[in-house]
Design a protein around this ligand. Structure first.
Ligand code: NBP
Length: 475
């Protein structure tokens, strides 16, 4: 019998996704991997899955029901290009090729346009949740045509994570690269969220002298508040872990140089291109870079600066940090959604922001209770100009801002780096400011480059004759 869905690329993600697909009623899953021994291993280890294995791409194509649907799970970049070419050579108009890898959305836009010429559908689908998600239910962010989603939708719904209300975490994000774009922003937000949690931990540790195990309990307690999320939950787990070899907290023996696979940088690059001030994600990405500059850090270690002073009231400080974390997190997410809005406008995608928040409620790394509030905010005001302007979030930030300011003051005064806490606060103050020093910047630009400026009291562009009589001309 032929399979109704196929998976190409059987490393950890592809194998797990194939097993997830096979476990759903009604699915028969064709599998193919460049190195055939991996296919044999997967089939041998999981007889229950009833896989339909192939050793060549032609055989794989022949093993699929028509119109064919195949999900590619190979390394992003050249490997993905190679596999797309191979599939296009065997597939026919009406068939669907899904790229489930972490492709850069501009690659997806280009690939979709190229594959469309052949009459085959190409869908870039963001998949979040790592290995575990792929196996038990990821959050899925498919792009591509509406037509392809009619076939693909039910399959994706069957394997997606389920939110608490039973809704599968998948929605058609938009055409061509929209799915990979939103997945990219998801990862950017993930960077910000992780950095903020890291700063909260560092401030508590240095401000109160508590041990990682004690701080683990604080995070576990926070996980019953509005901060409830997967990342807070695993933070407690990581902080609790003791190194078997040394008996020290594991967090103290892990080298403090954060890695990155590039999706944070892509998000920041997109934000810069779109002119979106996404300071939380940018600072989080730069913080990882700074941590990895081991040579510079070794030389800079002795630079002068204050010693962290212990706080007077540890419990009050910890509550301040919790509120600061919540406020900063709201700003970082608000900025992330601004990137989505700007990207959608730039690329002509009709992205439902509330739906995006909804499909992040389970399966993915940033899954959190808080996301329900984002969905509600967009449901109440579909044309909301910034998430932070939704009454619920405005109130939450207002309620936490005194604490937030105290924490940032303490960090600066004590010489503890808190780039994401402070930059999101500066953004908030910039956003709500009555006047910004941008007026002076415009004056400077006009002075040295005749770039002109606008006035608050009249329409039009103006230039001052800086090197002459300093009179103003309207242009
Ligand atoms: P890898 O990213 O490590 O890729 C390994 C797979 O790519 C193998 O099946 C390998 O085949 C295949 N491949 C390569 Br490499 N070059 C190929 C080529 N020229 N032609 C055909 N196949 C080729 O696997 P992964 O970690 O399972 O991730 C798969 C995708 O999912 C990636 O795009 C990744 O970014 C994305 N992703 C990963 C995660 C995660 O948590 N790991 C989460 C979300 C998304 P071989 O066996 O013959 O070498």
């Amino acid at each position: 019998a032929k399979a109704n869905i196929g998976v190409v690329g059987l490393a950890v993600m592809g194998s797990n996704l194939a097993r997830n697909l096979a476990s759903r009623e009604g699915n028969s899953v064709a599998v193919y991997n460049r190195t055939g021994s991996k296919t044999d291993e997967l089939v041998a280890e999981h007889p229950e899955a009833g896989f339909v294995p192939s050793k060549t791409v032609a055989e794989f194509a022949a093993s699929l029901e028509q119109p064919r649907t195949a999900i590619i799970m190979v390394q992003a970049g050249a490997a993905t290009n190679a596999v797309i070419d191979q599939l296009v050579a065997e597939f026919e108009p009406g068939d669907i090729i899904v790229d489930g890898g972490n492709a850069l959305f501009t690659d997806t836009i280009r690939r979709e346009a190229a594959v469309r010429e052949t009459g085959i559908h190409f869908v870039g689908c963001g998949i979040s949740g790592g290995e575990e998600g792929a196996l038990n239910g990821p959050s899925l962010m498919p792009g591509g045509t509406v037509e392809s989603y009619e076939t693909l939708g039910p399959i994706l719904r069957s394997i997606a994570a389920l939110a608490d209300d039973g809704e599968p975490c998948v929605t058609h994000i938009g055409t061509d690269g929209a799915g990979h774009f939103v997945k990219m922003v998801h990862n950017g937000i993930e960077y910000a969220d992780m950095q903020l949690i890291g700063e909260a931990y560092d401030l508590i540790r240095r401000g109160t002298g508590k041990t990682p195990a004690e701080i683990a309990e604080i995070f576990a307690a926070w996980n019953t508040t509005e901060l409830e999320s997967y990342l807070i939950e695993i933070t407690a787990e990581v902080l609790r872990q003791v190194d078997a070899e040394t008996g020290s907290p594991l967090v103290d023996v892990i080298l403090d140089a954060a890695g990155a696979k590039g999706t944070g940088a892509w998000t920041v690059q997109s934000a810069l291109n779109l002119g979106v001030p996404s300071t939380g994600i940018a600072e989080a990405t730069f913080a990882r870079s700074l941590s990895s500059q081991l040579g510079q850090r070794a030389q800079a270690k002795g630079l002068p600066g204050p010693e962290a002073a212990a706080v007077d009231d540890a419990d009050a400080f910890i509550e301040d940090v919790r509120l600061a974390l919540y406020a900063s997190k709201i700003i970082a997410y608000s900025q992330g959604f601004d990137i989505i809005v700007a990207g959608a406008e730039e690329h002509g995608w009709n992205i439902d922001k509330g739906e995006v928040a909804k499909i992040w409620r389970a399966g993915c790394i940033i899954r959190a209770r808080f996301l329900e509030r984002i969905t509600e905010a967009y449901a109440e005001q579909p044309d909301l100009v910034a998430l932070v302007l939704a009454p619920f979030f405005t109130d939450a930030v207002a309620g936490g801002q005194d604490a937030w300011r105290r924490v940032v003051q303490y960090a600066a005064g004590s010489g503890i780096p808190a780039p994401a806490f402070s930059s999101t606060l500066a953004y908030y103050d910039g956003l709500r400011a009555d006047r910004l020093p941008a007026a002076l910047v415009q004056g400077q630009r006009d002075f040295f480059g005749a770039h002109t400026y606008r006035r608050v009291d009249r329409e039009g562009s103006f230039h001052t004759e800086w090197s002459g009589d300093r009179s103003e001309t309207a242009l």
